[in-house]
Structure formats: structure tokens, C-alpha cells
Design a protein around this ligand. Structure first.
Ligand SMILES: Cc1ncc(COP(=O)(O)O)c(C=O)c1O
Length: 447
């Protein structure tokens, strides 16, 4: 679809048709499209100061944003560095970790996604497509398992066993691949994002924290997708009681304006080499104004609680619908960060069906995304302003069948197999990677 404008959880096309947007620009438009308070703040700022390069001057929206972030940042993380994208936040976290520890290696966790720049892609293990064709990537990255019960159920592991396995393998990694004295940091998402909306768990994060403390390794949490209320807590880490040394954030902070950053203690941040962290556009004045307004809206409209409540309803409805379809293995995620996993008749991840469901939903005017390491999930990440009455109830009640899940839209045959024996994913997880002129697609049916 070609969007002309958006409002709340709706996007509109040139023909005036409404599309229900359960993608939120990949988890970015936290307060919905064009929330009036965010629009007002950005418009007012555009007329005052657009760009005030923040290593040259301080500007007022940056002061306001810093103060607001101070109210919500985890204890001890009292120093901030700003950039523009999640990938840049990954670069900044990596740079700080290496400079502060003087150690070269990063341990990342299987299925993690941290971005597409060379360093961020090197730290990413949620799919080969993020690394393909531009090797050699950055050295010094070692991969350890994430306690992923969805993936490890093939071995009969439940969450506890997957956690035992992940921690034991991490010890093996430190013993055989990256000695603690060579390991700068563990980098991990609280909930795997691209990797399939798989939450970590308290014991796993405690295990990471304990090993990090024991060996002087830094713990970096990538809250780019899980931050700002998305999971029903303000930060994803709040579900697990874990405190990071460095935290990355982006996406939901500014309702669509590009701004990202890292937070750390002043003491740790001071260990970055002078001049090494910076950039022309970071902490853009309009983006800062929009971010400060977004934080105010999240707080005043109780959007974190709304994400928890609406997420629980949506999840319950999806689970009820899933019970009616053998292709649905289950529902994963936290808050309004939910995914439905599809499997084939052998119980293997089924990317073809999930792609078909996503496409059929789009045809009917409901925008969804896919994720999962085999593209086997349909993910739902509506804006945090989604309301019960307007959107969630018909789904959550299970009375209105999930349109794309009717048998006619789910291919009965198993998808073609790739050479490694896994289902071939017929569609990339991210909808648009480049833009080519094309004929207008047929109009979707109204919801
Ligand atoms: C957890 C996580 N980290 C990093 C990134 C990279 O962010 P960006 O696309 O803004 O570079 C993403 C983007 O989806 C993400 O979900």
C-alpha cells in the first residue's frame, strides 16, 4: 500500500481506504501515527531550531529529553549518548565496551538481531540474510545459545532445560572460544525480536549478570524493540530484574522520529576515548522534542499499563484461535509484542504459511509482519494506544475468526524444503527492502 497519512493505529491510502496497522513501523510509532501531542511538539520545534549539533552546542529539547529519560532509566544508568538508529546504538555500545575493558570479543546470543551496519550485522544471528554478500564481517564475535524453548522443543527441552543448556554452553564458550580476559561484553535482547519474540527469563539473565560480574565482562541489553512500554513494562529487562551496564534504545522513543542512544553509568561512559563517540545528526532538536512529548504521552495516557492489558487480551484471543488450527504451534512474546508461530505437519517451522497469512491479512486491510529465524511467525505490534473496544475485543473474544486463519487461506501442503531440510522461507521477514516503480496492487477488502 502507498500510505498518504496515518492516525492512531490506522494508515490510509490514496483511495482513502483504511488499513489497520499492527506493525507500528516495526515497533516505532509507540503513541500511534501522528499523536496530536507529538505533532504539536515537533511542529513547534521546527519553527524554533531544527538542527543544533549536540557536540557543539546544547539545545533545549535535548535538555528536556535528558531530564525525562532520567525519570525512566534503570538505576545507575545516568549518562547518555545519542545517535539516530538502532544499528548506530549497537555500534556505540560495542565501541564503549571495547574501549572501557580493553578487550576485543563480544558474546552474542543465538537468534539476536542488532542491526545492519557491518558491526551490527556481525553481532546479529537471527538470519543469514542480514550478513549475506558483504563479508568479511567484523571479527571478535562469538555466539552462545539463547534459552529458546520454541527452538529447543525439538530436543524435548522446556524453558528450564533450555536455560540450563544456554548457561552451560555459555560457560563452554568462555572456556573454549573467548576467554573471560578477552571478552568485553555479553550483548543480548530481553526478548528476541527478529528472532521470533522469544522472551528470555529471570534465571538466564541472573546467570549472565553473575558471570559478567565474576569476570569483569559488561552486560549490554538491546532494548531497541522492547523499550518504552512495548512489553507491558517500561523496559523489557523489568520482567527479569536484570540490570545492564550498557543499555541500547531507539524505535519507540520518538513515535517515528529517528533517534537512538545508549545509556550507561557516568563512570563507564567516561572510559570512551575522547571524540570516538559522536556524529553530525544525533539528538536532532526536532527528534528530541518529539521524544520528550512521546515520553509524556506514554506516562500521562498510561500506555505501559495499556500495553500489558491489551496484550493479555490479544494473546488470549490469539491462543483461542490457535487452538482451532493445528498449524499454529503457539503464541509467544510479552505485552504488545506478540507472535503466532506456524508449523507444518512434522512440527517444523513453517515460513510459507506464515507468509501466506501475513499477505492475506494485508489483502484484507490488516498490516502484520513476519519474524522468527525461519520466518515462521506472524507478529503483531500495534501502537501502545490500541484500545480494547475499537480493536482488540473482536479478536480477543475469539468470536470473530482470525480472517487469514480460515482453512482456505492456509496451504494444506508442506512448503518446499531447502537443502538443509528446513522449510524454505518464500518471503523476507521485512516487507520492503527496496522500492521499484510498480503497478498499483489490487485494493484490499475493507475490514
Ligand atoms: C533489537 C533491535 N536492535 C537493533 C535494531 C536495529 O535498528 P535500526 O533498524 O534502527 O538500525 C533493531 C531493528 O529492528 C532491533 O529490533
Amino acid at each position: 500500500m502507498v500510505a498518504t497519512h496515518g492516525e492512531g493505529v490506522n494508515l490510509y491510502d490514496a483511495e482513502g481506504r483504511r488499513h489497520l496497522d499492527f506493525t507500528a513501523g516495526i515497533g516505532v510509532t509507540s503513541t500511534g501515527h501522528c499523536h496530536p501531542k507529538v505533532v504539536e511538539a515537533a511542529q513547534a520545534q521546527v519553527g524554533k531550531l531544527i538542527h543544533g549539533q549536540y557536540t557543539t552546542i546544547m539545545h533545549e529539547p535535548l535538555q528536556r529529553l535528558t531530564e525525562r529519560l532520567g525519570e525512566v532509566l534503570p538505576a545507575g544508568l545516568n549518562s547518555l549518548f545519542f545517535a539516530n538508529s538502532g544499528s548506530e546504538a549497537a555500534e556505540a555500545a560495542l565501541r564503549l565496551a571495547r574501549q572501557a575493558t580493553g578487550r576485543p570479543n563480544m558474546v552474542v546470543f543465538q537468534g539476536g538481531f542488532h542491526g545492519r551496519t557491518v558491526a551490527a550485522a556481525s553481532l546479529t544471528t537471527s538470519g543469514t540474510k542480514f550478513k549475506a554478500g558483504f563479508s568479511p564481517l567484523m571479527p571478535g564475535v562469538v555466539v552462545s545459545p539463547f534459552p529458546n524453548p520454541t527452538h529447543y522443543r525439538a530436543y524435548g527441552f522446556d524453558e528450564e532445560q533450555a536455560t540450563d543448556f544456554a548457561l552451560r554452553e555459555l560457560d563452554l564458550v568462555l572456556q573454549t572460544q573467548s576467554a573471560p580476559a578477552d571478552t568485553a561484553a555479553f550483548l543480548v535482547e530481553p526478548v528476541l525480536g527478529e528472532g521470533g519474540y522469544v522472551p528470555g527469563n529471570r534465571r538466564f539473565f541472573e546467570g549472565l549478570r553473575q558471570r559478567a560480574d565474576e569476570h569483569g565482562i559488561l552486560l549490554i541489553l538491546d532494548e531497541v524493540q522492547t523499550g518504552f512500554g512495548r512489553t507491558g513494562e517500561f523496559w523489557g529487562q523489568d520482567h527479569f530484574g536484570v540490570s545492564p551496564d550498557i543499555m541500547m534504545f531507539a524505535k519507540g522513543i520518538a513515535s517515528g522520529f529517528p533517534i537512538s542512544g545508549i545509556a550507561a553509568s557516568e563512570e563507564l561512559m567516561a572510559k570512551a576515548r575522547p571524540g570516538s563517540q559522536g556524529g553530525t545528526y544525533g539528538a536532532n532538536a526536532v527528534a528530541c522534542a518529539a521524544a520528550a512529548a512521546t515520553l509524556e504521552v506514554i506516562q500521562k495516557e498510561g500506555l505501559v499499563d495499556n500495553a500489558a492489558a491489551r496484550g493479555a487480551q490479544l494473546r488470549a484471543g490469539l491462543e483461542r484461535i490457535g487452538e482451532q488450527h493445528s498449524q499454529v504451534a503457539g503464541v509467544t512474546g510479552l505485552g504488545l509484542m506478540l507472535a503466532v508461530e506456524f508449523v507444518d505437519a512434522d512440527g517444523e517451522p513453517d515460513g510459507a504459511t506464515s507468509a501466506a497469512v501475513q499477505q492475506e491479512a494485508a489483502r484484507r486491510g490488516l498490516l502484520l509482519l513476519n519474524n522468527g529465524m525461519y520466518g515462521q511467525n506472524v507478529r503483531l505490534i500495534p501502537a501502545l494506544v490500541v484500545t480494547e473496544a475499537r480493536w482488540t475485543r473482536p479478536w480477543a473474544s475469539g468470536r470473530r475468526p482470525w480472517p487469514p486463519c480460515s482453512a482456505e487461506h492456509i496451504p494444506p501442503a508442506s512448503p518446499p524444503r531447502s537443502s538443509c531440510g528446513r522449510p524454505r522461507v518464500t518471503r523476507p521477514a521485512t516487507a520492503v527492502s527496496h522500492v521499484t516503480p510498480s503497478r498499483r496492487p489490487p485494493p484490499p477488502d475493507r475490514l
